[in-house]
Design a protein around this ligand. Structure first.
Ligand code: ARG
Length: 403
């Protein structure tokens, strides 16, 4: 048997290489994706080789992640439960795709991942593999292997010649990529406990942020950010640079009690400085450029889109159909948004667009007013006609409070 393993180089997936070799008498191929995490991937390949893998693949997935996953979610305005920009949830289907690609290139019979049995990530991996490569078997050793603790895994390392990095155990479980950092476990498991400063990885505390506001401008073309502070940039570079600027102003922290697909409520904190700024800016430009009906309809879809991504159905016909709808709405989402970042807050300070539907003549209260006030009379007579009819017939007191 030959197995492709999604390999991070951490304790679980290192133990897993040996465990798969031992339990399935398998050849193991490792696959590690670069999604723009700050943590260096240097050493991962050597580590895999020490573990006796037949090949170790380190793949630069940053451009594909940004263009194929992050930007569609941004255009959709998708935030899970109204809050979480889904850095982890968007990364999994891409890692699964890379895993499947390598598995096929190297003639594997199965793929394996290191997700636990109580999270969303196992669902995202396995639903993605089911969609992309129905012929491949999926192994999730953490769901059924014998280890009950980190200590037991370390003991296994010692008896199996697996080098263990002498790092002091981090109290948090951290997943990180260019779109954000997800942090859980340790003291965060108490929803009443305020996250300690050491839990945050890439933002300064708003209390220590500069006393002067920081203005940024973001320019969009067809719903995609194309320039930051007047400098044209490719999206990956723009996101990386905005992460630094916004994070330095205490922007990007999210503390969320969320509903996992597997039925558990969990508390996680997130840091997504660029994501939060870009979501706010993009929505602002849509306020200016989309017609009312499209704007309202799209807001409903944003919620469904977020549920679908969070719940592991990225590689689904519904997601691609939603993308077609969303892309159709974005041709007018061009222009510039100016935002003020100040001690953890993001405020829109201005917006402008060649496709702006804001008509000063219609909006103004000055003598430049071009709106036909008299037309409102007939409009309201017909608009309120159903209400008038109902109340003439039923003679109820309006707004009656039930006793
Ligand atoms: N709750 C988030 C999600 O399901 C993140 C999960 C991974 N978090 C972590 N700290 N490893 O998308």
């Amino acid at each position: 048997m030959k197995i492709a393993l999604a390999f991070s180089g951490g304790l679980d997936t290192s133990v897993m290489v040996k465990w798969l070799q031992e339990h399935y008498d398998a050849e193991v191929v490792t696959v590690t994706g670069d999604l723009g995490q700050q943590k260096e991937l240097i050493g991962v390949e050597e580590k895999a080789k020490t573990l006796g893998v037949v090949s170790a693949h380190i793949l630069d997935l940053r451009d594909e992640f940004v263009h194929g996953y992050i930007l569609p979610a941004l255009k959709a305005g998708a935030l899970y439960e109204g809050s979480y920009p889904m850095a982890t949830a968007l990364g999994r289907p891409l890692l699964a795709k890379a895993l499947v690609d390598v598995a096929r290139q190297t003639g594997c019979d199965a793929v394996a991942h290191g997700c636990t049995g109580k999270g969303n990530d196992q669902v995202r991996f396995e639903a993605s593999v089911a969609a992309l490569a129905p012929e491949l078997k999926v192994l999730a050793p953490v769901r059924n292997w014998e280890f009950r603790s980190r200590e037991e895994e370390i003991a296994y390392c010692q008896t199996h010649g697996i080098p263990v990095a002498a790092t002091t155990a981090n109290p948090y479980s951290i997943d990180e990529n260019i779109w954000g950092t997800s942090i859980e476990c340790g003291v965060l498991e108490d929803p009443m406990a305020e996250p300690p400063e050491d839990a945050y990885q890439r933002t300064v505390s708003p209390m220590n942020a500069p006393d002067e506001p920081c203005y940024v401008t973001i320019e969009f073309a067809a719903g995609i950010p194309v320039a930051l502070n007047g400098v044209a940039m490719e999206a990956p570079e723009l996101i990386a640079s905005l992460n630094t600027i916004a994070g330095a102003n205490g922007v990007g922290r999210i503390d969320l009690v969320e509903n996992r697909l597997v039925g558990i409520k969990s508390r996680e904190i997130y840091e997504a400085p660029a994501a939060l700024v870009l979501y706010k800016a993009h929505l602002e430009l849509e306020r200016l450029t989309l017609d009312r009906e499209t704007f309202h309809y799209k807001a409903k879809m944003a919620n469904d889109y977020a549920d679908l991504v969070y719940n592991g159905l990225w590689h689904s016909p519904l997601r691609s159909a939603m993308d077609a709808f969303i892309d159709r709405t974005q041709s007018v989402v061009n222009g510039l948004v100016k935002l003020k970042l100040y001690k953890g807050n993001i405020e829109v300070s201005g917006r402008t667009s060649p496709n702006s539907l804001y008509d000063t003549g219609l909006a103004t209260y000055t003598e430049e007013d071009a709106f036909d006030h008299k037309a409102s009379e007939g409009f309201i007579a017909i608009y309120a006609l159903p209400l008038k009819t109902y109340h003439r017939v039923n003679n109820e007191a309006p707004n009656e409070v039930a006793k």
